[in-house]
Ligand binder design. Structure first.
Ligand code: SF4
Length: 197
């Protein structure tokens, strides 16, 4: 039978195999040894590939979650490690990336948009639809008011100097490309990012 394993599956099998064979070396019978080995903690997890959100290096990560997606079951990420198949980091992570699990489960992590009205000191939770509508409205109004097609000498400049954009680093090259197109199509010059855009 031709059995093909990915690199990660190979490591899983090796980890379980090393556990059982080590017990065998210590004098346990193989059947007893197999029965005593604790289940490898990632064996029943779902793997999801992602990109480390911290810096522009863009290391690939694999997030392992428990939970079968049933209606009342909430899946939970229990382990994160570098993606050995990723061309950027080949499975390695720096200390920040290695601490991503704490980032994911931090009680301070912002998971939804918030809005602070002018003059107010309170942040209020709003829906994503509401947030997108507000952002689009502000951009449109600002652009209608301040877009410059030509400068004082009559040279075509097509620029919008009253608005800036700061984008995140956890994007793929493709997302970065589209973000760049979007910003420049508005006429934005003040556009900053980490290295991927
Ligand atoms: S693991 Fe470290 S080097 Fe890699 S993207 Fe994350 S912060 Fe940057």
């Amino acid at each position: 039978m031709d059995v093909k394993l990915t690199r990660r599956q190979f490591f899983k099998v090796c980890a379980a195999g090393m556990g059982t064979s080590s017990l065998g070396v210590l004098g346990f019978a193989p059947s007893a040894a197999l029965a005593e080995v604790r289940e490898f903690k990632l064996a029943r997890t779902t793997e999801t590939r992602n990109t480390c959100p911290y810096c522009s290096v863009g290391c690939g990560i694999i997030m392992y979650s428990l939970g079968d997606g049933a209606k009342n079951a909430q899946s939970e990420i229990i382990h994160i490690e570098g993606d050995a198949d990723h061309p950027v980091n080949r499975g390695t992570l720096c200390p920040k990336g290695a601490g991503l699990l704490d980032f994911v489960h931090s009680p301070n992590r912002l998971k939804y948009p918030e809005y602070r009205a002018p003059g107010s000191s309170e942040w209020k939770r709003i829906s994503w639809d509401e947030a997108f509508d507000k952002i689009a409205r502000h951009i449109k109004d600002d652009r209608d008011q301040n877009f410059q097609a030509k400068n004082a000498e009559g040279v075509t400049v097509n620029r919008l100097l009253s608005l800036g954009m700061l984008a995140a680093s956890a994007s793929s090259n493709e997302t970065g490309y589209l973000t760049h197109k979007f910003a420049r199509s508005l006429g934005l010059l003040a556009f900053d990012n980490q290295a991927r855009v």
